[in-house]
Design a protein around this ligand. Structure first.
Ligand code: FMN
Length: 174
């Protein structure tokens, strides 16, 4: 099983998770930024990471994902919302839908990631009737996200990497 890690990250959260994933995989597993993903025909298992942008994978990740065809894929993502929310589940489903033809998703992982202060500032300007206006619940979510991904998230990402690698090997009869 030849794995590769491909990810997109604007403020570093998904990068941190991607590095934890890579460190848990066999030594020498390459890691690439999504816009720099070139020929991946040498690999049969792609760890694809993105940050959630308006409920789906961010644009750079989507562009790379469309080019991934016929591979086993382990999807991971970071987002501002809670990882056990419907929004997180849908963001993974929408992400998976961005993959090219004939991919087999062998596992998914999602965790919170600190929200860019510039975005927080923009949202603070929204009027109270705006769907994304600041509410006490939203402020609490931002606060909870502000220290993520943390060590526990990275340990969970490493477990996800090891488990999906073993599963992919089993599926290939290896
Ligand atoms: C433009 C923009 C849109 C975002 N959209 C969402 C979203 O729809 N849902 C969500 O839970 N988080 C959203 N977030 C939060 C990011 O997904 C989260 O902070 C992520 O960890 C950023 O990852 P990065 O540091 O790898 O760029 C958004 C952030 C930005 C900047």
């Amino acid at each position: 099983m030849r794995p590769v890690v491909v990810y997109s990250s604007k403020t570093g959260n998904t990068k941190k998770v991607a590095e934890a994933v890579q460190a848990a995989l066999p030594e020498g597993t390459p890691i690439r930024l999504a816009p720099e993903m070139s020929d991946i025909s040498d690999f049969d298992l792609v760890y694809m990471g993105y940050w959630v942008d308006r409920g789906t994978a961010d644009e750079a990740a989507r562009e790379a994902m469309a080019k991934i065809t016929g591979k086993k894929v382990a999807l991971f993502a970071t987002l501002g919302a809670y990882p056990d929310s419907d929004h997180a589940k849908e963001s993974l489903e929408k992400g998976a839908a961005c993959l090219g033809a004939d991919c087999d998703v062998v596992g998914t992982f999602i965790c919170q990631g600190a929200i860019d202060p510039a975005l927080q500032e923009r949202m603070r300007q929204f009027p109270p009737d705006h769907p994304h206006a600041v509410t006490p619940e939203r402020l609490q979510r931002w606060k909870d996200a502000s220290t993520r991904p943390d060590e526990e998230d990275c340990a969970n990402a490493a477990s996800f990497a090891r488990e999906t690698f073993a599963k992919a090997e089993m599926l290939s009869g290896g």
